[in-house]
Design a protein around this ligand. Structure first.
Ligand code: P61
Length: 464
């Protein structure tokens, strides 16, 4: 047997596997039963009934031996843990902010930030909503306004920086509300709900300039800012020869404050922070954190968690790491695109997103096609994915009407350093199998709807 010569040299991950965790394949009748028991909601499945878990990249990464070694160096003092200072130093070194308040995860930082900065009647412009971020803005009495470019709402549009802010939209919001009603502009790099799409450095600079002219701070959701920095390196002229670490620091330098879910880029299972250059904000946040999280030198975390984060930050900005991390997402996405399966283009940083409206065009959005598709993929193969469409978008805080966003997506989210290329092949084949049976797919109706972040616990039945 002879093999054709490869047209280019392959890349491989810059690590080898030292410890493994067994996973279990289930039978089709078992999965059908589990999905009904879970009310057709993949969040309500038990993880032991999942074969390949692409629900999220949040807290699901594999830590390195250096991080695990750091766990043993946890200083569990109530106050002034050495690991807190290591974390502070790492955040300052790699992200550039002066002050740090640790929190147990991202939404805790969002909670503290929103309580301090937002007053009833305020308006917060941002490059597309994120579920927890918008909810905390609303609970503090603010209203989120989307100022992302229109291309971001079109799954097929190949714009390289679909996370960009539309500066004319932002200017209009400032003119309408008045700068005094805008406590900050909220920028996410990369934009999760748009399909993991990045913002360019040029756009970030322009946002900074516009905000400075009106004395409005810029707050970064830095959850996947390292992935954003990689896309800048790959796609933006002038950055191709720079290191991801250097790009990250420049990107953050155009912002005043960041909130962080360290469970993503930072390669840890739990953790987050609020970091800022604003001393007044820092003092208020350091005071509020003791009310909601814990002392200002641990913020709801163990010393060992902070050490794992400090070490994870340094690993996360390594060019070799980030290239293979995003390379794996591209590998899966290209597989699906080559078979003509409708996915969000360009392929995102942390996930491949299926366009459920194009996949199941016969199911109306009021019957939640993305929720149905996530269930159908689980039933086929035990692969767990997540709905990112009407169920996630929830209801308007004022009118109570359901939001029906343009993007009705299923997210295949890749944990970092966890699965192999063979796992990606199995996933791709299952998505293809479900695609081939798409005419038979049926929608869902919601039979239980929680008040906040309904997608986590909502229950469904098959629509008649
Ligand atoms: C995720 F279905 N993301 O993507 P916390 N900002 C950003 C995030 O991606 C993020 C948080 C803030 C998750 C977990 C999750 O609707 C959902 O550490 C850009 O999770 O508190 C979290 O950080 C919040 C899944 C959150 C969801 C909300 O899977």
């Amino acid at each position: 047997m002879s093999y054709p010569k490869p047209s280019r040299r392959s890349w491989a991950e810059p690590w080898k596997i030292k410890m493994v965790e067994p996973i279990r394949m289930t039978t089709l009748p078992e999965r059908q039963k589990f999905l009904i028991e879970a009310g057709y909601n993949t969040f309500l499945l038990r993880s032991e009934d999942v074969y390949i878990d692409l629900l999220t990249d949040s807290g699901t990464s594999a830590m390195s031996d250096r991080q695990w070694a750091g766990i043993m160096l946890g200083d569990e003092a109530y106050a002034g843990s050495r690991n807190f200072y290591n974390l502070w130093e790492a955040v300052t070194q790699y992200y550039g902010y002066k002050y740090l308040v640790p929190t147990h995860q991202g939404r805790a930082a969002e909670h503290i930030l929103s309580r301090i900065m937002i007053h009833p009647g305020d308006v917060i412009p941002g490059n597309m909503y994120f579920t927890t971020t918008r909810l905390h803005q609303e609970l503090a009495g603010g209203t989120f306004v989307d100022v992302i470019i229109d291309e971001a709402h079109d799954p097929a549009n190949p714009h390289p920086f679909k996370g960009n802010v539309d500066l004319a939209k932002l200017q209009r919001v400032i003119d309408r509300a008045g700068p005094g009603k805008i406590p900050y502009v909220s920028i996410a790099g990369t934009v999760n709900m748009a399909g993991g799409q990045p913002q360019s450095m040029e756009n970030m600079c322009a946002v900074r300039e516009l905000c400075q002219a009106h004395d409005i701070p810029v707050v970064l959701d830095a959850t996947r800012a390292v992935e954003n920095a990689y896309f800048i390196q790959q796609r933006e002229p002038g950055y191709e020869a720079k290191k991801v670490a250097e790009i990250l620091k420049e990107y953050c330098s155009y912002t005043d404050t960041c909130t962080m879910s360290a469970k993503k880029d930072t390669l840890v299972n739990i953790g987050g922070w609020l970091a800022t250059n604003d001393q007044g904000l820092f003092e208020e946040a350091r005071n509020l954190v003791v009310v909601y999280e814990g002392l200002h030198t641990y913020g709801g975390l163990a010393g060992r968690d902070m050490e794992a984060m400090a070490r994870g930050i340094a690993e996360s900005v390594e060019d070799d790491h980030i290239r293979t991390r995003i390379g794996q997402v591209e590998y899966l996405g290209n597989h699906l695109a080559d078979w003509g399966i409708p996915i969000v283009q360009p392929i995102g940083g942390h996930a491949v997103f299926l366009d459920a409206k194009a996949y199941y065009p016969h199911i109306p959005q009021s019957q939640y096609p993305a929720q149905a598709l996530a269930g159908d993929i689980y039933t086929d193969s035990g692969v767990r994915t997540m709905e990112r469409g009407a169920v996630s978008a929830g209801r308007d805080a004022k009118t109570g009407e359901e939001h029906f966003p343009k993007l009705e997506l299923v997210r295949l989210t890749i944990p970092r350093r966890v699965y192999t290329q063979a796992h990606m092949d199995v996933v791709a084949e299952s998505v293809l199998e479900v695609y081939e049976r798409r005419e038979h797919a049926r929608g869902l109706r919601m039979v239980y709807e929680p008040k906040y972040l309904r997608f986590f616990q909502a229950r469904f039945e098959r629509a008649s």
